[in-house]
Design a protein around this ligand. Structure first.
Ligand SMILES: [Zn+2]
Length: 159
């Protein structure tokens, strides 16, 4: 059964199914996220996604171009962020690809700055990656005031 409940989509076109993925609340009140049930090999097409094309950004939209965004409240819109992501989201083809071998029951993560010029809301990242940027903004926007304070504190701590 596809994750898109009401969409008139045919089976067999790589749209995500309930058997392959679980969209569930993360621990720690971080909101919903997408988990793979089956796991994936590096370089594999994980799934195609779809959604409503809307002229505004939301917390769960992905940027198609500076004026249009794809709102997918069943799959891609709930991919979690990591500074060391395990998936790549192709906004030309609406495809999600595995960047590494991903074991079953893993959280799927993308880099939000790879698709968004600006974020709906910048945030303090707790992804735990060795290369974590600490504060996440879109690829074409400046770090906001809160982020500058956060990063300055972190520099001080690092000595
Ligand atoms: Zn991070």
């Amino acid at each position: 059964m596809l994750l898109y409940p009401d969409a008139p989509l045919e089976e067999g076109h790589d749209f995500p199914s309930r058997e392959q993925f679980t969209v569930a609340e993360r621990e720690g009140g971080k909101g919903k996220a997408v988990y793979t049930n089956t796991g994936h090999a590096r370089g594999e097409l994980i799934a195609r996604f779809t959604g409503l094309i809307v002229p505004y950004r939301t917390q769960h939209s992905l940027q198609l171009n500076p004026n249009l965004h794809v709102l997918d409240l069943y799959f891609a819109g709930y991919l979690a962020h990591s500074c060391a992501p395990n998936v790549y989201v192709d906004m030309q083809e609406f495809e999600v690809w595995a960047l590494e071998d991903i074991p079953p029951d893993s959280l799927l993560t993308m880099d939000y700055a790879s698709t968004e010029d600006e974020l709906y809301a910048q945030f303090h990242c707790l992804c735990g990656a060795a290369n974590c940027r600490g504060w996440i903004a879109g690829r074409k926007e400046r770090v906001n005031g809160e982020g500058l304070f956060y990063l300055a504190d972190r520099l001080e701590e690092a000595g």
